[in-house]
Design a binder for this molecule. Structure first.
Ligand code: PGA
Length: 257
């Protein structure tokens, strides 16, 4: 399986607008002369920094993503941001269904699926996060949780849509904890995600990409790059430093080349 790698930096609620712009300027400066074929980097800043970051990255190969979207194009939804606006502001990707959104903001499978569909309609590629809690893993419920979360999205995925299908397997117990999933286990779950997509939409199975997320660092990313069923990583904490981010990309590239 040799699908193009996707490396997604999820900055969460970190960095001021100035810090965000300075980061991507520095990223472009350090990348000068360095081409990174077959790896798409996606920077997901806070929503207030997104437009400014996108303007700086506009002529580059580095893409911009949103961390969340709301459903709808426009209307009386105080505080909401539609994927159409995010696309206009320069985003090409959006993280959807992150476990922090599911846990802290009560997003359920149905809402996550609706957000993914709205992204597709707005020409954003949704990176849909799925993952089990520690309790679910200990109870042997991992596979059921993943299959349920993936099916919820694929059962409403628009028929004619050509958008890529990207899932990020992020075991909740591994996010921001320093605990990482075993790469072979992440590969096994990636296979389950692909099989679940296949069951719902057989024609899309070959274009599915599965990323791993949860405490990825430059020290542990090689094992995930070695797992052929994974097509990249979704990185939180370790993406906040531009040097660390570039090391993650370099290690992935070295392992895969
Ligand atoms: P982490 O976050 O890399 O800091 O664990 C990953 C994520 O939440 O997407």
């Amino acid at each position: 399986m040799n699908q193009p790698t996707l490396m997604v930096a999820n900055w969460k609620m970190h960095k001021t607008v100035d810090q965000s712009r300075a980061y991507v300027r520095e990223l472009l400066r350090r990348r000068q002369g360095e081409t990174i074929p077959s790896i798409t980097e996606v920077i997901c800043p806070t929503v207030v920094a997104l437009w400014g970051v996108a303007r700086i990255l506009a002529e580059s190969e580095v893409a911009v993503g949103a961390q969340n979207v709301d459903v709808g194009r426009e209307g009386a939804h105080t505080g909401a941001v539609s994927p159409y606006l995010l696309h206009e502001a320069g985003a090409h990707y959006a993280i959807v269904g992150h476990s922090e959104r599911r846990q802290l903001y009560g997003e359920d499978d149905e809402l996550v699926a609706a957000k993914a569909v709205e992204c597709v309609n707005a020409q954003l590629i949704p990176v849909v996060c799925v993952g089990e809690s520690r309790e679910e893993r200990e109870a042997g419920a991992t596979d059921g949780v993943i299959a349920r979360q993936v099916s919820a999205v694929m059962s409403v995925w628009p028929d004619g849509a050509s958008a890529d299908v990207v899932f990020a397997y992020e075991p909740i117990w591994a996010i921001g904890t320093g605990l990482v999933a075993d790469a072979a286990e992440a590969g096994r779950v990636a296979r389950l995600i692909r099989d679940t997509v296949h069951a719902s939409q057989p024609q899309r199975q070959d274009s599915v990409r599965v990323l791993y997320g949860g405490s990825v660092t430059r020290e542990n990313i090689a094992q995930f790059a070695q797992e052929s069923l994974l097509s990249g990583a979704l990185v939180g904490g370790a993406s906040l430093d531009v040097g660390h981010w570039m090391d993650l990309i370099r290690v992935w590239k070295e392992v895969r080349s």
